[in-house]
Design a protein around this ligand. Structure first.
Ligand SMILES: Cc1cc2nc3c(=O)[nH]c(=O)nc-3n(C[C@H](O)[C@H](O)[C@H](O)COP(=O)(O)OP(=O)(O)OC[C@H]3O[C@@H](n4cnc5c(N)ncnc54)[C@H](O)[C@@H]3O)c2cc1C
Length: 441
């Protein structure tokens, strides 16, 4: 039977609807976009006592945030060793502490507000699926230890104590990570924020922004501050940012619940969140109801211009991966869905303010849920205390300087390849080459 192409998470609960905007309104702060970034930003602003309105073109969590595989780890696209290689240890540590603060924010919300989102405490396992990948794993372990983060290295021989596959070569494992149903998280956080006073309008796209006025199909919003958290759609509202922003595509698949024997044959001891060392990598974990969730890119589609709905090909690829790594299992995917996420050429996000319109702030290309949470929080802080804002760090003993982070995330920073090269060698090629340089060279 063909797997369904509906994101599995969306079948776990209908979205709780918010109204469409049908009149003209005024607000202190308008947040555009109801994904992890927009909701996290709105949360911090509401906590500070601001009057906040959020508009979402579809429903909260309908973008990358709700379709994601819900690995809450600091390594969404770029490992610590790559950050050190690209920027040196001081900046790498700053960026790592920043993304760890996003992990903490999500964990805090789930635990404090009891958000029912299939919260699964699982260690992360970065695993080599080739001889070349072993070097990457060793470097990652060294990088983590050098910067004072917990880390355990597994050789090929010791791997069989934690994973039931002979097809991997070595791995690095670390704690304090978890998996979630990210759609339920977004929906749950939205409900909490609405109760706390956030005004949310869904099915309400921002069509145009002129000065302080945002136009939607059936009403206008006058806002003192506007924060755009629209990820890959940002260039629709700020066309000047088009060269710096593209997307990558990944596919997810999920099985029916596995039997205890099948589970044990994959993870003999603890369930882990696993991803491999390939550039277009595969990743998998077990959900709370014992399904195997697997994701991965595809050479043809990762950098394609439009979303591919060729889930048949994706299903075949993901099933083949499972068959290769776990030949004793015969697993069928019930749902396979595509998802696009915004990326910059160096896989770090963009955060900035329009010089001619300083009341408009934008963020994009978080390339990871914890990054999006931390960015949303930082952006809110910049509005709450513009002169002395700082971001939380993971251990909360020190604070990161927002000035340094703004510099790190500036859209005018130097990228591995100038994004304007896209007009000569095409956008997909420019971004693919930049990502290879960022991750491997
Ligand atoms: C298939 C898939 C798997 C992933 N897996 C993981 C993972 O396991 N772990 C991880 O850390 N990251 C993962 N990611 C990446 C992560 O999901 C994203 O980087 C992150 O969710 C981005 O958050 P965001 O809020 O910036 O963007 P989004 O969630 O895309 O939110 C942007 C929102 O803005 C809305 N919007 C856009 N334009 C407008 C407009 N004009 N008016 C109103 N609303 C607008 C959109 O509808 C959307 O809801 C995955 C992504 C995908 C696609």
């Amino acid at each position: 039977m063909q797997p369904s192409s509906e994101p599995f998470w969306f079948t776990t609960k209908s979205p709780s609807p918010s109204p469409q905007l049908t009149t003209n309104i005024k607000t202190d702060v308008l947040v555009i976009g109801g994904g992890m970034a927009g909701l996290s930003c709105a949360q911090r602003l509401i906590e500070s006592g601001r009057q906040v309105t959020l508009i979402e073109q579809d429903f909260c969590g309908s973008g990358a945030s709700g379709k994601s595989s819900g690995f809450i780890t600091p390594d969404s696209e770029i490992e610590l060793s790559s950050l050190i290689a690209n920027y040196g240890p001081i900046k790498a540590k700053r960026l790592w502490e920043f993304v760890l603060s996003g992990v903490d924010l999500i964990r805090h919300n789930i635990e404090h507000y009891q958000i029912a989102c299939d919260y699964q405490l699982q260690d992360s396992l970065f695993i080599a699926n080739s001889h070349r990948g072993q070097q990457h794993v060793t470097e990652e372990n060294k990088a983590r230890q050098n910067l004072g983060y917990q880390s355990t290295l597994y050789s090929k021989d010791s791997l069989n104590s934690i994973i039931g596959s002979a097809k991997f070569f070595s791995a690095v494992r670390y704690p304090q990570t978890f998996g979630i149903n990210s759609y339920l998280y977004c929906q749950g956080l939205k409900d909490i924020l609405v109760d706390a006073g956030l005004k949310v309008f869904e099915q309400t796209p921002a069509l145009k922004i002129v000065d302080h006025l945002v136009t939607t199909p059936n009403g206008q919003i006058e806002a003192q501050k506007i924060i755009i958290c629209a990820d890959r759609w940002l260039p629709n509202l700020i066309p000047a940012l088009k060269p710096e922003i593209y997307h990558v595509q990944t596919f997810l698949g999920i099985t029916s619940p596995l039997t205890p024997t099948e589970l044990k044959s994959i993870f003999p001891t603890d369930h882990l969140m696993v991803w491999d060392t390939s550039l277009i990598y595969n990743y998998f974990r077990i959900t709370g109801d014992n399904r195997l969730l697997i994701g991965g890119g595809d050479l043809v589609y990762t950098y394609a211009k439009n979303q591919s709905n060729n889930t048949t090909r994706a299903a075949a690829r993901l099933t083949h991966y499972l068959k290769t790594k776990f030949p004793h299992l015969n697993l069928t995917l019930t749902h396979v869905w595509p998802g696009l996420l915004g990326v910059t050429p160096d896989l770090l996000p963009i955060l900035g303010t329009l010089p001619q319109n300083p009341h408009i702030t934008y963020l994009s290309c978080a390339t990871g849920l914890p990054w999006a949470a931390a960015l949303g929080h930082l952006t809110a802080e910049l509005i709450i205390e513009p002169s002395q804002s700082s971001a939380l760090t993971a251990n909360k003993t020190t604070e990161l300087s927002s000035a340094e982070l703004l510099n790190d995330f500036s859209p005018t920073r130097k990228f591995p390849l100038n994004p304007r090269l896209a007009s000569v060698i095409s956008t997909p090629l420019t971004f693919a080459t930049s990502h290879v340089i960022t991750k491997y060279l």
